[in-house]
Unconditional design. Structure first.
Length: 142
């Protein structure tokens, strides 16, 4: 990433987005895609890397300061761990949220029901007791 940012022939000075994808049947199930922009050369590039639950991805926050919240979002939604990130915590879900909702193995109904209770006049959280049918992930992926 330092090369892409600093070399005179590249000069990708801005990170436009970092996104993830979950492919549970792959050895490294998570795909992390960096979208970089070079204003000087009027070009964009995508850099892909792969990770799983046990192999983290190095953070690029020290290289591109704008990657901070993108990495936090990938952590929150997929559970992709970025080593060296200065503040890796949830950004879109509640602090007590269980799991990572964009993973393919996350239950469609979630783990808890959060609702407003009229009698108690407050928000209550209750565990769900719904059964979920088996989901097959053996389909073709690109």
């Amino acid at each position: 990433m330092y090369f892409l940012r600093d070399h005179t022939n590249t000069q990708f000075k801005q990170v436009m987005d970092i996104c993830g994808a979950d492919y549970p049947t792959r050895g490294k199930r998570f795909e992390v895609v960096y979208h970089l922009l070079s204003v000087r050369h009027q070009s964009r590039i995508r850099v892909k890397t792969y990770a799983d639950e046990t192999s983290p991805v190095p953070s690029i926050v020290k290289i591109f300061r704008g990657a901070d919240w993108y990495e936090r979002e990938a952590w929150d939604m997929y559970g992709i761990y970025f080593t060296g990130h200065p503040d890796l915590r949830r950004i879109l879900t509640d602090y007590g949220f269980e799991g990572h909702p964009l993973r393919k193995d996350f239950p469609l109904t979630g783990y808890t029901e959060v609702r407003y209770d009229e009698e108690k006049k407050r928000v209550v959280s209750e565990p769900l007791q719904l059964s979920q049918a088996f989901r097959n992930f053996e389909g073709a992926t690109s």
